[in-house]
Design a protein around this ligand. Structure first.
Ligand SMILES: Nc1ncnc2c1ncn2[C@@H]1O[C@H](COP(=O)(O)OP(=O)(O)O)[C@@H](O)[C@H]1O
Ligand SMILES: [Mg+2]
Length: 219
């Protein structure tokens, strides 16, 4: 699913070079669930941005689901991102004035999917995260863990080959974090490929494959 070879990324900060990624190699097979941990400043977000086609490496090769990414123009990268990747963020990024169902449907509205088909897809996605009873609730009427489950359902409705989760439990208490992890593990059990970034080793421990970023290197 993912193949990174010799990926380097350097930023300039106050005139000094910051080597955020140093010769990073990574392979993630289809159906894998990988957690990437590491201290603050080790390069996790930089790695995530490159995996998500939100940023480009200075050098190295990135293949996503058989396609080489590095040389794509912005529009090409955006298309690839839309088709292949679902993002789950620390802040759930739901729209407060919309119900859970409408939030999950929104990306399908933007894709031009017809009303009936997108409603069915959204309901099925809410069911998969155990929230079919809450479809008419607005985000403010849901707990943090439930809001994150809606955000995951929104990703599922788009059926992306890859889910990238950046600190998905960063804003949640212990019980809600475990809840989200069990949802992610369940999806992975159904074959979903997931890469999760976290600074929390106890969260990472529940992923079958664990890697660690340290000072721009992946171990
Ligand atoms: N846009 C940027 N400009 C300059 N330096 C950056 C930028 N983004 C990240 N960095 C630096 O790159 C390093 C890695 O950052 P980051 O990928 O955000 O690490 P993490 O997510 O593990 O905390 C840090 O030293 C950070 O200060
Ligand atoms: Mg970060």
């Amino acid at each position: 699913m993912i193949q990174l070879e010799h990926i380097c990324k350097t930023y300039e900060k106050h005139g000094a070079a910051v080597h955020a990624l140093k010769d990073v190699d990574l392979r993630v097979e289809k159906g894998a669930f990988v957690a990437v941990t590491g201290p603050s400043g080790s390069g996790k977000t930089t790695l995530m941005n490159i995996l998500g086609c939100l940023d480009r490496p200075d050098s190295g090769i990135y293949r996503l689901d058989g396609q080489t990414v590095a040389h794509l123009e912005n529009a090409g990268a955006a298309r690839l991102r839309n088709r292949k990747i679902g993002f789950v963020f620390q802040s759930f990024n739901l729209i407060g004035s919309m119900s859970a169902l409408e939030n999950v449907e929104l990306p399908l509205v933007l894709r031009g999917v017809g009303r009936k088909v997108r409603r069915e897809a959204a309901l099925a996605a809410l069911e998969r995260v155990g929230l079919s009873q809450r479809s008419s609730h607005r985000p403010c009427e849901l707990s943090g863990g439930q809001q994150q489950r809606v955000a995951i359902a929104r990703v599922l409705a788009q059926a992306p080959p890859l889910i990238l989760a950046d600190e998905p439990t960063g804003n949640l208490d212990g019980a809600s974090s475990r809840d989200i992890l069990s949802v992610l593990r369940g999806l992975n059990g159904e074959g979903q490929t997931i890469v999760m970034i976290t600074h929390d080793d106890s969260i990472a421990a529940s992923a079958p494959i664990r890697m660690r970023m340290e000072a721009g290197r992946l171990k």
